[in-house]
Design a protein around this ligand. Structure first.
Ligand code: C5P
Length: 444
């Protein structure tokens, strides 16, 4: 097997080395979850310094934070003036994670304030900053907070979207601290993309198109045929190729909104709904593309006709009880389907590139395996059928492949031969695929 970015004897240049991470804790009841974030970061091998605000210390004690981080905590700029902590902590940090970030903390950071050690650290650091908000829905949805979040994201800080669910009181809504595991995954992804930015790239000046998400095929004005693709893998690919210097267009078919807000601004995002739209947009963008990643889950079929008004369950208005004379039951409506174009196969058989160049085409095959064969044998058959330069085959199922979960792919060439394997977070898989394409373009 050729060396792959994750094979044991080839050190992955992008593998995460231990880092110095500041974990800020702001004044929210969710401060009690900060130790889970701190512990997971330390378990991943990183050094953590905790900087709580004064308000945070009303919810969780400094001794608890010191014990779980294994280091003293300080919160005020005057705690140790000789150490010039308000600058030193920011310079020490290779990443700042604030969990929870209260509405007040977001406002102070957006305003550029430095009235405690945490805000001073965020103001002085050149490290990436990730904020995990937690607050009551009315505070989160208030235009003041929303504008602060937009400002922070525009400036390049990562602001996670809070979760929805039960709140401290009897009510529920959007504003819960994202799950600590998700905070850590996102924090490590921020570090990974910061790492990739410093690497020799291989994709500088290249034009890359990535499709992500899942198409929706309308049935009537309120219903559609869709699928479970979150768009996470496609967004990770867009980030990985952008970090290697490519000019990227992301064709976004109903990607989870939180994922789009985490993308670097240089990535052009073109939203689409249906497979036909996706086909038109991808083919148009590929007229000058060096590579295309078809990570979107495209519906193979669409309703032959889209009803212009909502289809009713059955109508009794005209005195017709809707019963079938023979069976005595109400027959379910039948939706006739017609086939969508196979966009990936079309990019190979009828390349849209119009400037004489060649586009490296990468497809994906999410398989479950069945009585006709396992995941890989279906992948090999698909590689022959589609003819893509590279086909990333992965197993999917209830807890595999979709959403915020690790991924493992076997990459095949157009003849179904194994070229590489990659596994880990979706960012790690994305980086491995980006490297494979960079290699192909170099040798082309
Ligand atoms: O056949 P299957 O849907 O498993 O193929 C998956 C690959 O083909 C993905 O890369 C997907 O983006 C692409 N595809 C396509 N057009 C379709 C169906 C799938 O481009 N109509």
């Amino acid at each position: 097997m050729p060396d792959t970015p994750d094979s044991p004897d080839t050190p992955d240049p992008t593998a995460l080395r231990p880092r110095r991470i500041v974990v800020g804790v702001a004044g929210s009841i969710a401060a009690y979850k900060a130790p889970f974030v701190i512990r997971a970061l330390r378990d991943a091998g990183h050094e953590v310094k905790v900087v709580p605000t004064e308000a945070a210390l009303r919810f969780i004690g400094a001794p608890a934070l010191a014990a779980v981080s294994g280091a003293p905590v300080s919160s005020g700029v005057f705690d140790d003036p000789a150490a010039v902590e308000h600058v030193a902590t920011g310079e020490w940090a290779e990443l700042v994670v604030v969990a929870p970030a209260s509405a007040d903390l977001l406002a102070r950071v957006a305003a550029g304030r430095a009235d405690d050690l945490l805000t001073a650290t965020i103001l002085t650091t050149t490290a990436p900053v990730l904020l995990a908000p937690a607050m009551h829905p009315q505070m989160w949805l208030n235009p003041a907070t929303q504008e602060n979040v937009a400002t922070l994201r525009r400036r390049g800080l990562t602001v996670l979207s809070p979760d929805s669910g039960r709140l401290t009181g009897q009510d529920s809504g959007v504003g819960r601290l994202p799950d600590p595991d998700r905070i850590v995954t996102e924090a490590l992804a921020v570090l990974e993309s910061a790492d990739a930015e410093g690497l020799p790239t291989g994709l500088e000046g290249r034009r890359v198109v990535v499709s992500a998400g899942g198409t929706r095929e309308p049935i009537d004005p309120v219903r559609f045929l869709g699928n479970r693709s979150s768009g996470r893998q496609g967004c990770a690919i867009a980030r990985a190729v952008a970090a290697r210097g490519a000019r990227v267009s992301l064709v976004s078919a109903h990607v989870e909104p939180g994922l789009l807000t985490q993308l670097p601004q240089a990535i052009e995002v073109v939203p689409v709904n249906t497979a036909l739209e996706l086909n038109d947009v991808v083919r148009h963008l590929c007229t000058d593309a060096d590579a295309v990643f078809m990570a979107a889950a495209v519906a193979d079929y669409r309703p032959a006709a889209v009803a212009t008004t909502k289809i009713k369950k059955h109508s009794l208005d005209n005195g017709d009880d809707g019963l079938d004379d023979e069976t005595g039951i109400v027959p379910a409506p039948v939706i006739s389907l017609v086939e969508n174009p196979d966009i990936l196969a079309g990019l190979v058989s009828d390349p849209p590139r119009s400037d004489g160049g060649r586009t490296v085409v990468v497809g994906f095959a999410a398989e479950t395996g069945d009585e006709d064969g396992d995941v890989l044998s279906h992948g090999v058959a698909k590689a022959w059928r589609k003819g893509a330069d590279l086909l990333a085959v992965n197993a999917v199922g209830p807890a595999l492949g979709f959403g915020d979960v690790p991924n493992a792919v076997v990459v095949l060439d157009a003849q179904g031969r194994e070229v590489a394997r990659a596994s880990g977070s979706k960012d790690e898989v994305a980086r491995a695929l980006a490297d494979l394409v960079a290699e192909r373009l170099k040798s082309a």
